[in-house]
Write a protein that binds this ligand. Sequence first.
Ligand SMILES: NC(=O)c1ccc[n+]([C@@H]2O[C@H](COP(=O)([O-])OP(=O)(O)OC[C@H]3O[C@@H](n4cnc5c(N)ncnc54)[C@H](O)[C@@H]3O)[C@@H](O)[C@H]2O)c1
Ligand SMILES: [Zn+2]
Ligand SMILES: [Zn+2]
Length: 393
Amino acid sequence: MKAVTWHGRRDVRVEEVPDPAIKEPNDAIVRITSSGLCGSDLHLYETLGPFMTEGDVLGHEPMGIVEEVGPEAGDLAVGDRVVLPFQICCGHCWMCQQGLHTQCETTQVRDQDSGAALFGYSKLYGQVPGGQAEYLRVPQAQFMPIKVPTGPPDERFLFLSDVLPTAWQAVAYADVPEDGTLLVLGLGPIGDMSARIALHQGRRVIGVDRVPERLDRARARGVEVIDMEEVDDIGDEVRSRTGGRGADAVVDAVGMEAHGSPVAEMGQKLFNVMPRRLSAAIMQRAGADRMAAIYTAIGAVRRGGTISLSGVYGGQTDPVPMLTLFDKQLQLRMGQANVKRWVDDILPLVLDDADPLGTEEFTTHRLPLDAAPEAYADFQAKRDGTVKVVFKP
Ligand SMILES: NC(=O)c1ccc[n+]([C@@H]2O[C@H](COP(=O)([O-])OP(=O)(O)OC[C@H]3O[C@@H](n4cnc5c(N)ncnc54)[C@H](O)[C@@H]3O)[C@@H](O)[C@H]2O)c1
Ligand SMILES: [Zn+2]
Ligand SMILES: [Zn+2]
């Protein structure tokens, strides 16, 4: 089959790889019809390279049609239309029962001290072949797949794999009071969808980015936008719009590659030119993130407010302003999204033909797998209006 594979920093290729096969009795094989490209893939493309292995199949936002099921795949049947969560989880362990599927005790990657295994996400998360491919082996098929009806286009459901539950969790964790204001940092797919969800829930939303098309897109849905290139201090700007106090809560949808952290950016680049064994080891102990967005969040949130981090961070030595966090009495909540925890809350919205979250027009680029190398480059550079790419294998 054809698959998108990782070969090095900013080097992804489309190659023929062996077809996946059933290995465990609770596996299934899914023929992929749509597969998203995510900001998390960009971390592998650039900063997390030391944890990747040449030939790793990328992708963790897939949906498709079940082609084959193992004998213990529960009620999953050949021909079912399914969306796959980005994390691999069993549904029956203690963590899954708490709704903490990203901590699944059946699939935790213990030799790396990581939570649940993820599709297409480096050695740190189990090196499981991903879904930017024609076919995908799905472990834990008795629980994982989200069955969706036939009829509406893929995009109505595809984002249940990651974008929707991630944004939903970000907003839930932000816990904005009913008459409150949510500040969303970063208006990529995750920030954009977080803003849509908060607006749908009746909150006021202020959004920050620096990419004109992304600001326009959010503005068109009712977000009050701030172009970070046009203000001196985002905190001051937010306070001027919120009676002097700041936002009740902030969603950080930027993550470790934030614009505006020159020192950490230099460190991250250094890891890319070091021998890989060395760089992975040092990065795990001494790596630092580009923290600009977190600092903005801490600055712009009101006293007693909440910061919800959905952007991915991976540094072990990040300087965090504990004094300010403590003095402002902030609550900090974070983590990979627990996809199945939120699916029942979101499903009614994507099943509604009025499409209140605008999932059908969310995708900006629908492309064949062969276009992956350019699509990764354009998405990283934020060129050509690229906000959400969906591959059609
Ligand atoms: N927690 C989860 O489960 C989960 C799931 C999916 C994605 N993510 C993470 O969410 C983050 C966003 O993902 P995405 O797909 O939207 O990616 P993206 O790269 O398209 O979006 C990031 C946006 O942040 C903007 N930005 C950069 N620096 C900024 C700053 N200092 N202040 C404000 N905005 C800034 C960029 O211009 C860009 O539009 C990534 O870190 C990704 O790994 C987390
Ligand atoms: Zn993702
Ligand atoms: Zn589990």
